[in-house]
Design a protein around this ligand. Structure first.
Ligand code: APR
Length: 175
């Protein structure tokens, strides 16, 4: 069972084996967390991404981390759902992002993985529901990953993920 952490910070500064980016299907980079990771990893990230693109919503594909500082060795690119009101399978696509990213992490033998709050920015997914899906999915996905770090970029997101984790574990001890 992996340890799940919720932290407030910048995903490009996490000391983990792999970081997950909230990408678009082209894997060429964009704004938000994807833009931050591409800036930190350098132009080779977009070159590597375009070579394995497209990435379907809910899927995940890995590249090297290029100019990101060690110990980060991998970037796992996943494409979240664009929120369209909730009746178009958005929740399952988001859950699939977390599930597939952990499966890819296992293929890479990555033992520590950091996730941003996928789909809650440009893609408009309600952050409270996204937090519950994130925590529930990573807790229920069999994986050899030992540490799953959910990185919130702002206080409001941090509070939502902390509450989601607390609700999920019932507040009884480490998770
Ligand atoms: N570290 C951690 N989290 C971050 C960082 C960062 N440096 N920068 C932004 N975030 C957070 C945002 O605050 C938000 O909570 O990442 C979360 C996801 O927001 P977006 O980056 O907008 O991702 P998403 O909603 O999935 O939209 C993806 O936006 O940037 C484009 O190419 C991307 O087309 C894709 C779309």
């Amino acid at each position: 069972m992996a340890t799940i952490e919720v932290v407030l910070g910048d995903i490009t500064r996490q000391d983990v084996d792999a970081i997950v980016t909230a990408a678009n299907e082209s894997l060429l980079g964009g704004g938000g967390v994807d833009g931050a990771i591409h800036r930190a990893a350098g132009p080779r990230l977009a070159q590597a991404g375009s070579a394995i693109a497209p990435c379907d919503p809910g899927d995940a594909k890995a590249t090297q981390a290029f100019d990101l500082d060690p110990p980060v060795r991998h970037v796992i690119h996943t494409v979240g759902p664009v929120w369209e009101g909730g009746a178009y399978g958005e929740a399952e696509v988001l859950a699939s992002c977390y599930r597939r990213s952990l499966q890819v992490a296992d293929e890479l033998r990555a033992r520590t993985v950091a996730f941003p709050a996928i789909a809650t920015g440009v893609y408009g997914f309600p952050p409270g529901e996204a937090a519950r899906i994130a925590v529930s999915t990573v807790r229920r996905t069999p994986t050899a990953v030992t540490t799953i770090r959910l990185v919130a970029f702002d206080e409001a997101t941090h509070e939502l993920y902390t509450a989601a984790l607390h609700d999920e574990i019932g507040g009884d001890g480490p998770c």
